[in-house]
Design a protein around this ligand. Structure first.
Ligand code: ADP
Ligand code: MG
Length: 567
């Protein structure tokens, strides 16, 4: 005799599932999975558990699994499912549901979960007999990472979970990696011809290339052709940012002037300004590599479509002989010279903002801002090495951190992604630490973004994960107010909707949840906190960094200008 829970657990184990992120009430399924040798990380909110699962899917290249209760558990977990859909990451959400003979009767936590998840998934199904469970799970698991990656959902009714089955239930074996797809040789030919004729070619490396682990092939392409490359936020590190052909610091110029763009695993959506004017040269010829034919020509007509698995397509380009890869001449190409010059200028600007010229006393006593705080972190921690994984969220925090912190290798940086989801940081950091047990996870987050999921500090403490969370605290969303401006705004009844309570002690939440906390208001305090937190081996650490609340730009709110006028 076997139960549906055991069949589920044995199937997942056999398919290769090593860890499940979730929250369970009556833990029959979770306990069966643990008994089958699968690690279970129990979260405090399904939202973070599902974020963890989709991040694990991105990092591992296999579906990240999330297990929740039905009804509200599925609704909360939908956050990660939708995030996986928008980012095209493989994920499998499994939830319990009401007994098959109670459907429609107003059962406990009843929801038509198959219907609810269907628009956000590649596949959503419900077995109605124990012996069907392996087939449904295998289909969902496979569908999540074969073809274009994305989320899937499986519903397991309560009577199946607890039910007994006496016959033989064959358990599916582990699946081989997704079959590789090659691009049409004629299109390879056309792509190389376009590149041969380009004066200002540009490679854009997206997170699809990171996901596909195309690190070596893209490096080979770039080295052989001398074509400059621009990583998207999560394409960073695939070729180290420090590479001389990286033009991340000259992004605007590169996009505006490139005449041929080789787009590798990146979509022409808002992140790349829809591939057109004014931010991208509207006359540029575009060669697009993607696994999904339906992605080709979205928002901008491309000139050559290379549909296939990125490492394979790059190999086709790298090894073609007639025509072969062109090579830009570093000493004669004005394109390369101009970009290199621009990169240098912009890097110097950033460097000056991080390390302004000031007396040692000023540097020690002055309030920090984004750049000066990041400058301290950059010197204190080995950020640009493969020892560190960067998790980044929060609007300004993420934007500015992206330009300050170089990334040393592929898949070492995760952020709010295509969906611009704030609140992913804790789930992502936990997933990253589970996937990379010997690396340090450094999460650089805004105060608002951190607030979405701060309770997951308890999850991290319970799991013994030494996450290093640096909260860049400016008392608000985008920016907040100083203590006295806040009090005045309360009194005048004109508190902006983006303000948060000044100087909230996020560090103390860490202490209360079994972690460690530091409050840093200036350079020496931040340096000391980073040193002590870096030495921590088992507990999550929160460094709450108070920065100037005014934000990086002049405050644009009418109320602010009004109060300034009054002054
Ligand atoms: P970015 O945010 O870096 O611009 P996107 O998420 O917009 O990246 O785009 C990634 C693209 O990569 C998606 O369109 C996806 O279909 C594609 N992709 C994912 N895996 C592969 C693969 N193995 N081979 C080719 N393309 C892939
Ligand atoms: Mg903030």
């Amino acid at each position: 005799m076997t139960t549906g829970a055991e069949v589920t657990a044995r199937t997942l184990k056999s398919l290769g599932v090593e860890v499940i992120f979730g929250i369970v009430g009556i833990p029959v399924l979770a306990e069966a999975c643990i008994a089958a040798g699968i690690q279970f990380i129990g979260f405090r909110n399904e939202q973070s558990a599902s974020y963890a699962a989709c991040c694990y899917g991105y990092l591992s290249g296999k579906p990240g699994v999330c297990l929740t209760v039905g009804g509200p558990g599925v609704v909360h977990g939908l956050a990660g499912v939708a995030n996986a859909q928008v980012n095209h990451w493989p994920m499998l959400h499994i939830a319990g549901s009401c007994d098959t003979d109670q459907v429609g009767m107003g059962a406990f936590q009843e929801l038509d979960q198959v219907e609810v998840t269907r628009p956000y998934t590649k596949y959503s199904g419900r077995p109605i007999a124990i012996k069907q469970i392996p087939f449904f799970l295998e289909t969902a698991y496979k569908t999540a990472f074969y073809g274009r990656p994305g989320p899937t959902y499986i519903d397991i009714p309560g009577d199946l979970i607890q039910g007994q089955f006496s016959g033989n239930v064959p358990i599916p074996k582990a699946l081989p990696p997704p079959p590789a797809v090659l691009a049409d040789p004629n299109a390879i030919h056309a792509a190389l011809q376009l590149l041969q004729n380009a004066e200002k070619p540009l490679v854009i490396v997206g997170k699809g290339a990171s996901y596909a682990c195309a690190d070596e092939e893209i490096l080979e392409f770039v080295q052989a052709s001398n074509i400059p490359f621009l990583p998207t936020p999560m394409g960073k590190g695939l070729i180290p940012d420090a590479h001389e052909l990286c033009v991340a610091a000259a992004r605007s110029k590169a996009l505006k002037e490139a005449d041929v763009i080789l787009l590798i695993g990146a979509r022409l959506n808002w992140i790349l300004h829809f591939g057109g004017a004014p931010r991208v040269n509207a006359k540029a010829k575009i060669i697009q590599i993607d696994i999904a034919a339906e992605e080709i020509h979205r928002n901008a007509r491309v000139d050559v479509a290379l549909v296939g698995h990125i490492p394979n397509v790059l190999h086709q380009l790298n090894t073609s002989t007639q025509p072969s890869l062109p090579k830009l001449n570093a000493s004669t190409s004005s394109w390369l010279k101009e970009l290199t010059q621009k990169v240098k200028e912009n890097q110097e600007k950033t460097e000056k903002q991080c390390y302004p010229q000031e007396s040692a006393q000023d540097a020690a006593s002055k309030a920090l801002n984004y750049h000066t705080a990041f400058g301290v972190i950059k010197r204190a921690l080995p950020m640009n090495t493969d020892q560190v994984v960067i998790v980044s969220e929060g609007a300004n925090t993420m934007d500015i951190a992206r330009s300050v912190f170089d990334v040393a290798a592929g898949r070492l940086r995760v952020d709010a992604g295509t969906f611009a989801t704030m609140g992913v940081g804790m789930g992502f950091a936990i997933a990253a630490q589970i996937y990379y047990p010997s690396k340090r996870i450094v999460s650089i987050t805004g105060d608002s973004a951190f607030g979405f999921s701060a309770m997951e500090l308890e999850t991290a403490a319970r799991a013994g994960l030494p996450l290093l969370i640096i909260v860049i605290n400016n008392n608000g969303i985008y920016h907040g107010l100083t203590d006295s401006d806040f009090s005045k705004a309360v009194k005048d009844n004109n508190l902006p909707s983006t303000a948060l309570l000044p100087d909230t002690r996020y560090d103390m939440i860490a202490e209360a949840c079994g972690g460690r906390g530091w409050f840093a208001r200036n350079k020496p305090e931040l340096e000391k906190a980073l040193k002590e937190a870096w030495a921590e081996k088992t507990k999550p650490c929160v460094i709450n960094v108070a920065i100037v609340p005014g934000g990086r730009k002049k405050l644009e709110f009418a109320w602010q200008n009004k109060s300034e006028a009054k002054l």
